[in-house]
Design a protein around this ligand. Sequence first.
Ligand code: PHB
Length: 390
Amino acid sequence: MKKRYFLTVSTLAVLALTSASVMAQDNTFKIGLILPMTGQQATTGRQIEAAARLYMAQNGDTVAGKKIQLIVKDDTSVPDVTKRLAQDLVVNDKVNVLAGFGITPSALATAPIATQSKTPQVVMAAATSSITQASPYIVRTSFTLPQAAVALADWAPKNGIKKVVTLVSDYGPGIDAEKYFKERLTFNGGQITEALRVPLRNPDFAPFLQKVRDLKPDALFVFVPSGAGAAVMKQFLERGMDKAGIKLIGTGDVTDDDQLNDMGDGALGVVTSHHYSTAHPSALNKKFVEAFGKANKGLRPNFMAVGGYDGMRVIYEALRITKGNGGGDALLAAMKGQIFESPRGPMFIDAQTRDVVQNIYLRKVEKKDGQLYNVEFDVIKDVKDPGKTK
Ligand code: PHB
């Protein structure tokens, strides 16, 4: 009799322990953040991780009673690795959200996993237009290349730039940039005299730039992914292309704030179009830049950081809206239609496309207090991805 009583108590104890651990698990909300922390795109990983951690430091690690856990994984920007990590995060870690994605092929490789497991995939960096169509669970907080390229193609012909050679990285975002820039420039009476594509991996810009010099266009339009801009700028200047009267223009990826200040005065005057500049003159951005620098040894946040920061905002707010329901479909519904002020300016997650609608700024590299900045001089408001209207 006594023994039976003991067994019952121990069974109860086990049950209590089990439900305690289940509760602990239920009270955790996991974000699997997959980023290139090493390799060619390492600056993207460093920027986004720093921004995500800053967001958590500023907003706490508890939302609607759930404890937020950030699990960071390095995919070295190899899409097969991204996919394997995503699978592992979903199956073993049981993450509520997948996030990050430094390059387009990594975002695309993960899309089927998001769809099959009904896990929201928050794309914080990759910027090919079609990405959001690869899964109904993808939400984007970065930008699209067509958004940026079209704005520049409207500006250029009004500013004496008629003949342009394009030079882009030969993959999704580069091809988008080339296509949309060309289409709009031609519509505006300009002309693309040559379209050059360089490989994504270990590009050697020298032979391409030599060709551009010989062609002598009014301007060279460039898209290279974040982290590669400084190499283009260096070789452009070394070849004296600016002195030969060829202007360098591009999407803001080329005058990336992560590298801009080290590019030297040769970068002065370069005009680009983009959604974010460290120098964006809003009170919210000033606070963001200061806090980011303080937490990261003076590092400037670039457009990748802002994509990561806002991605965390979208996730936190979704969990708040669902009152702590971490289910994929509930979260996804709560991500759609979010509208808020970002350090970049106002932004909106279009409920239909799950893509970001935002201002695109025209900027010129200028020196302020001895430092180089992309200084905004014009804005096109509430730009939807032009790639979605076709
Ligand atoms: C991309 O691979 O989609 C990508 C990467 C870096 C950028 C822009 C786009 O700066």
